[in-house]
Design a protein around this ligand. Structure first.
Ligand SMILES: [Zn+2]
Length: 366
């Protein structure tokens, strides 16, 4: 069984939909021909020239990274900086670079779940669920077609709420219409007012699937014209969003927890605010630069908030309400390459999968 780069990309985009990335992001296929057959895949946090060399030596023609090597448009490609040199090297060696970045941060089984698992947190949930990424579809079907329409909507991705699938609301009623002289009605006759026992079907769906779900509705529905309403709703999607919060099986005192954290995340150093002489049980995490979630961590009664890239003045905002801890951007996200490999290995058992041994952290400690 061989797979093209496009097939790998479409699988990864089902797991971490590009629609869930932040507006500034560039999570997509960045270099490479989607029609090439994937020979081997190298998973990495960052893409650098050394990572591309690692891919070449392992016989991989695809690199799946967390951080996109290109964020903004490149106006020239002359090799004047590491970004251009990395891209040039990848193109010269026919290596596809694919990035799954903030979209991988935002899914329930993503970057932050990996951190939560390393810290043995239980009862994990998204710290700040995303709003306005869901739509509601209302449609009407003749009684005998209801099951077929529902099955088609569910297969297209509608009707998932948290751990529940095939969710819908169905009520019975009567539809009315008068077919025109040019119509070809499934029920009723041209020019005659008609009443038909119908069901009203309501389902939720991720907004980015609107096109697919409407296509599935029209394909399964017996009517020539399908009546429906679709609207964006404000509800939070509990399984998509930034950061994660969970609990330790039993509370630890603060120093004990900080040692545990250093050991589990393999840290040389960490920075933290004043200890509060309170046990740690509720732990909020966000891989990478996550201080924008501080208020959410406070509102959720976290005892400690672990993230990276915190500025001096931002440490003051702990206000003795919780401990803020900066473990380093690289250190907080390095296990993402294992996560990407795990995701790939669920579906592609016969493609060689590696994670890079290259240490891409630009920061060293003395
Ligand atoms: Zn990052």
């Amino acid at each position: 069984m061989v797979y093209t780069i496009r097939e790998i990309v479409s699988y990864l985009e089902k797991i971490a939909p590009p629609a869930y990335q932040e507006s500034y992001d560039n999570a997509q296929l960045i270099t490479g021909n989607p029609l090439d057959v994937a020979k081997g895949i190298l998973c990495t946090l960052d893409v650098t020239e050394e990572v591309i060399e690692d891919a070449i030596s392992l016989g991989c023609n695809m690199v799946v990274a967390h951080h996109p090597i290109i964020f903004k448009g490149l106006k020239s490609l002359t090799g004047k900086n590491y970004v251009e040199r990395t891209v040039i090297k990848a193109i010269k060696h026919d290596i596809a670079i694919f990035a799954m970045h903030t979209n991988l941060d935002h899914i329930a089984e993503g970057v932050n779940k990996k951190i939560a698992d390393r810290l043995e947190l239980t009862n994990t949930r998204i710290l700040q669920p995303k709003k306005e990424i869901l739509s509601k579809l209302v449609t009407f079907a003749p009684l005998e077609a209801t099951e077929k329409v529902l099955a088609s909507l569910f297969a297209a991705g509608a009707g998932h709420i948290g751990e529940y699938s095939n969710c819908s609301f169905i009520s019975d009623g009567t539809g009315t219409y008068t077919p025109s002289e040019k119509s070809n009605p499934h029920k009723g006759s041209q020019g005659k007012p008609h009443k038909e026992p119908e069901t009203r079907i309501e389902v939720l769906l991720p907004s980015y699937l609107e096109g697919k779900v409407l296509h599935a509705l029209k394909a399964a529905h017996p009517y020539e014209e399908v009546a429906y309403y679709i609207q964006k709703i404000e509800n939070e999607n509990q399984s998509v969003g930034a950061g994660m919060i969970g609990e330790l099986a039993s509370p630890m005192d603060e120093n004990q927890f900080l040692s545990f954290l250093k050991q589990k995340m393999d840290l040389k150093i960490l920075k933290h605010t004043r200890l509060l002489n309170k046990p740690i049980q509720k732990v909020a995490v966000c891989g990478g630069a996550g201080i924008f979630l501080l208020n959410q961590a406070k509102k959720s009664d976290a005892d400690i908030f672990i993230t990276a890239d915190i500025k001096y003045h931002e440490f003051f905002d702990a206000e003795n309400q919780l401990v803020i801890c900066d473990i380093g951007h690289y250190e907080s996200e390095i296990y993402t390459k294992e996560l990407i490999l795990e995701i790939l290995s669920r579906n592609f058992s016969n493609i060689a999968l590696y994670f890079t041994k290259v240490v891409t952290n630009p920061i060293t400690y003395i």
